[in-house]
Design a protein. Structure first.
Length: 105
């Protein structure tokens, strides 16, 4: 079984996201693959406003789960535009590398 993880899709509106997800779903289905709605997540970043949108993202008739954090290529993006999660993650990775290199494990 093959898996493709950590694919990032960026669009300006919820409708554009849903349209691209549906296009991916149908294209993958045509090629013999499937897009799993149960593990697919989306994150809304509306940095110019403090109000989240009221809409939901769907794939067909399945509601896609909303996330507030997203890890992509080793970095963590947060929907509230903060960088604390990314900084803490990088510090922890650094300490683990230091412990492993010094033989403290």
């Amino acid at each position: 079984m093959l898996f493709a993880d950590d694919i990032l899709r960026v669009d300006k509106t919820r409708e554009e996201v849903e349209g691209k997800l549906e296009l991916w779903r149908s294209t993958l289905k045509f090629k013999g693959f499937r897009l799993s709605g149960s593990i697919t997540e989306y994150m809304e970043c509306n940095f110019s406003s403090n109000r989240p949108s009221k809409g939901i993202v769907t794939l067909g008739d399945q509601v896609i789960n909303k996330s507030t954090r997203f890890r992509y290529l080793g970095s963590i993006a947060q929907s509230n535009s903060e960088i604390d999660g990314d900084i803490n993650s990088r510090i922890q990775v650094g300490w683990l590398k230091l412990r492993n290199a010094s033989g403290l494990l």
